[in-house]
Design a protein around this ligand. Structure first.
Ligand code: CDV
Length: 321
């Protein structure tokens, strides 16, 4: 009996091909303010080529992978601020990343700062795209859970101005058909909220790409770096396990413009276990074969959401509390 059948699931067809996606988590070291797109795209391309040499299907890059994490700073020069956003995806040197990925027939997800031109005016989002092996965009996500503040805090060693520089994403938590399965995206602080994973799990998600830029210290919190590292993995592992999905969490690491960033890039199985993890604070690739069928025991077993969830009782529980 196979692992997929032990929970009383229907027998697996003998001609069933396991749906294995070979995933590369592409951690980035710091990106300096001075580093331009050209230079960053070179680094992304080197990781892409390494992933292709390792026969990967999908490369996952961090949140805002094209620039320094500018919400850490008050940017008073409007031209400088505008330079951090992409007005189209792809544009400029980023086109070459798309072309190289298409040439190598490798898919990727990429976080970036988006400036959308709409009839209502410019709109700013912290976004990511999932790009297919042909270089075409499969789907887009805009970060929903924006941490931080809108006011400048001169007493702090660095800022967290995401609420100032971005709007809350307006696309919900979509799930896309890819690799014979269902893929979703979320970004950084989204990983700390159970709703993020559950909303995608209700649509059957099997692999979530998740880029993050997380300082090892937070100016307004008292947690130790050890606790912050623990919480980083805790929320992603819980999200994977409780929703029977792969989670690919990819960090910006090292000291970026004086801010020490948390590394800990990892690929997490639907059991909640970390399968691979980076060891450095720089550009580094880790690879795992993610079998989407490994989501099935959980989805058909204890986390069969249709069978075992009790949403009709949750409202009553909230009122009684
Ligand atoms: N970029 C983020 O979303 N960072 C947040 C906090 C630390 C500011 C995070 O949850 O990692």
């Amino acid at each position: 009996m196979s692992a997929l059948e032990y929970l009383g699931n229907p027998p697996i067809a003998s001609d069933h091909q396991p749906r294995i996606v070979r995933v590369a988590a592409a951690q980035l070291g710091p990106i300096a303010k001075q580093e331009n797109r050209e230079q960053v795209v070179k680094r992304l391309t080197a990781l892409l080529q390494q992933a292709a040499a390792e026969r990967c299907d999908l490369v996952v890059y961090p949140e805002m992978a094209l620039t320094t994490f500018f919400p850490h700073w008050e940017v008073s020069d409007p031209a400088e601020l505008e330079s951090y956003y992409e007005k189209a995806m792809p544009e400029g040197p980023v086109v070459r990343l798309f072309e190289e990925a298409a040439r190598l027939k490798i898919s990727f997800s990429l976080g970036y700062a988006e400036l959308a031109t709409t009839p209502q005016g410019p709109r700013h989002f912290n976004s990511s795209v999932l790009v297919g092996k042909d270089g075409g965009i499969i789907g887009k996500y805009r970060k929903v859970h924006l941490p931080g503040h809108v006011d400048i805090r001169p007493q702090d060693p660095f800022q967290n101005l995401e609420k100032l520089y971005f709007e809350v994403g307006d696309l919900g938590f979509p799930v896309f058909e890819a690799f014979g399965g269902k893929l979703g995206m979320c970004i950084c602080n989204d990983r700390r909220w159970p709703e993020t994973y559950r909303l995608m799990a209700l649509k059957g998600v099997e692999l979530i790409t998740l880029g993050y830029n997380t300082p090892l210290f937070n100016p307004d919190q008292t947690q130790s770096p050890e606790q912050r590292r623990f919480h980083n993995h805790l929320c992603m592992q819980a999200g994977a396990y409780q929703n029977s999905t792969w989670v690919v969490g990819v960090a910006k690491a090292g000291i970026e413009e004086g801010v020490e960033m948390m590394a800990g890039t990892c690929i997490i199985a639907p059991t909640g276990e970390i399968v691979v993890q980076t060891r450095t604070l720089g550009d580094e690739l880790v690879v795992a074969d993610c079998n989407l069928d490994a989501c099935t025991p959980g989805k058909r077993g204890e986390f069969d959401l249709a069978l075992n969830r009790r949403p009709e009782h949750y409202g009553l529980l909230v009122e009684a509390a």
